[in-house]
Design a protein around this ligand. Structure first.
Ligand SMILES: Nc1nc2c(ncn2[C@@H]2O[C@H](COP(=O)(O)OP(=O)(O)O)[C@@H](O)[C@H]2O)c(=O)[nH]1
Ligand SMILES: [Mg+2]
Length: 458
């Protein structure tokens, strides 16, 4: 699949800057170089000179780099013009390149071209976008690991093992008299088990990777004046939300992105839940309920009392409305008023059918913040060691989980009826699922979806 278009884009962010870069990739590059620089330039050599307009006047002066195919990012001829970073200068240069036959690159089109020319697989291309979007140092390091192929390597090794096993099982099918012996001698079962274990390990690492790239969404919920906005401000370290003793202060959802030891968190502060007469407040309350749908964790704030796990009927009513698949943590706030020390406790008596934890803290003093942070980390299964953690996406998790299912069914087929054909089919499906991760089998639609989320010029 070779692209006959020559594509171009400003690859540096728009606005003012010392340097701005235009990247051009495709078959017209050499011609465009000649027109703009007045001559061809040596490959991989920093050429300093004038960038010429059509009438021969100088548009700007800067550095030009030429990377001939196939040794370039996209695998095609690439020209990079490093000009001065003003939006007008760069736009004039880009216009010039477009007039000379290039078309404006779509978001992610350079990376897509690199993928289509086998310069990298899909996990690596996705890692570029994740590296650019990384919201913490750990996320950036993990994205780099994926970019360098750490994730693909694991997938490729699994695919290799699956292929080997498939060949073995399919050979057995061809010799019906010996098929049963072949399949029953324990070798296949052992290899299947090894694949299953490796798949599970990769799945777990990918889960960490998804956390790093997407972060965890934490919604703070509760009655008015329990200190939700105070907690948001405390976690984010700034005055994001207005704090007053007037019930109904917060109406819109206030979102802050923070990180705890490198784990990105999206914290959502919501309107206090109560029967509100005010229409605006009612809308805010509805928004609060909507927000929990995508939450990974819900913090329900209640007022600490002297009696340890005491909550009243209104709080119980809130808890009873929460979906049971999302972990809930009860936050007993304002411990400074009742003289309790910060602490954490697993609640054995579930209040509303959730796995619940209770934390006592003060959002105002502040007290107990470390306990909360530690709890958020452990409850999502975030391990601090980023060694070996590569960045991943939900798409990868889905594929891995589907591969796991197929290998497990294959195991059952083998145990229950030693049916070689059924096992071979499960192995084929598992391999197919893994191939989707690296992009060996990927539909045009999925490619379009993946690359369209990239930035222009990448
Ligand atoms: N004493 C004490 N007051 C608090 C604490 N947290 C919040 N408050 C106060 O409670 C009131 C309501 O706080 P706010 O964060 O706006 O609550 P929200 O309505 O749930 O968002 C404000 O006057 C806060 O200063 C706390 O831990 N201790
Ligand atoms: Mg508030």
């Amino acid at each position: 699949m070779s692209n006959q278009d020559t594509i171009a884009a400003i690859t540096t962010p728009l606005g003012r800057g010392g340097v701005g870069i235009i990247r051009v990739s495709g078959p017209l590059v050499q011609n465009i170089t000649k027109q703009i620089l007045g001559k061809q330039i040596s490959p991989r050599y920093a050429y300093y000179g004038s960038f010429l307009a059509e009438d021969g006047s100088t548009l700007d002066q800067g550095i030009a780099l030429f990377f001939p195919n196939p040794n370039s990012f996209t695998g095609e001829d690439i020209l990079e013009l490093q000009a001065h970073g003003g939006s007008i200068v760069l736009q004039c240069l880009l216009d010039r390149v477009i007039v000379l036959g290039a078309k404006l690159a779509e978001p992610g089109e350079f990376s897509k071209q690199a993928f289509l020319n086998d310069k990298m697989d899909l996990t690596q291309a996705e890692a570029i976008a994740d590296l650019i979007d990384a919201s913490s140092e750990q996320a950036a390091k993990s994205a780099l690991k994926s970019l360098q192929g750490a994730f693909s390597k694991q997938i490729n090794s699994l695919v290799e093992q699956l292929i080997k096993l498939r060949i073995f099982v399919e050979a057995a099918i061809d010799f019906p008299e010996e098929e049963i012996n072949f399949l029953n001698d324990g070798k296949v079962a052992k290899q299947l088990q090894a694949i299953l274990e490796q798949l599970s390990r990769t799945f777990k690492s990918a889960q960490q990777g998804v956390l790093l790239s997407e972060g965890m969404s934490v919604v703070i919920l509760g009655r008015p004046n329990t200190g939700k906005s105070s907690l948001l401000n405390l976690l984010s370290g700034k005055d994001s939300a207005i704090v007053t003793s007037i019930a109904g202060t917060t109406r819109d959802i206030i979102k802050e992105q923070i990180q705890i030891d490198g784990m990105p968190l999206h914290i959502l502060d919501t309107a206090g839940l109560r029967e509100a007469a005010d229409e605006v407040e009612q809308i805010g309350i509805q928004k609060a309920w909507d927000a929990i749908k995508d939450a990974d964790q819900i913090l329900v704030m209640v007022q600490a009392g002297e009696n340890v796990t005491n909550i009243d009927d209104e709080d119980k009513a809130i808890l009873s409305k929460l979906p049971s698949h999302i972990p809930v943590t009860l936050i007993y706030n304002k411990i400074d008023l009742v003289g309790i020390k910060p602490k954490i406790k697993q609640l054995t008596e579930n209040i509303c059918g959730h796995q619940e934890t209770a934390i006592w803290l003060s959002a105002k003093q502040p007290l107990g913040l470390d306990i909360l942070k530690e709890h958020l980390k452990t409850s999502i299964g975030f391990t601090q060691t980023t060694e070996g953690v590569f960045i991943a996406r939900k798409r990868h998790l889905n594929a891995l989980s589907s591969a796991l299912d197929f290998v497990k069914t294959g195991q059952q087929q083998l145990e229950e009826c030693a049916a070689g054909e059924l096992l071979a089919e499960d192995l084929r499906q598992a391999q197919h699922a893994l191939d989707k991760i690296t992009g060996k089998f990927t539909s045009e639609d999925l490619l379009a979806e993946i690359f369209s989320s990239f930035c222009i010029g990448k």
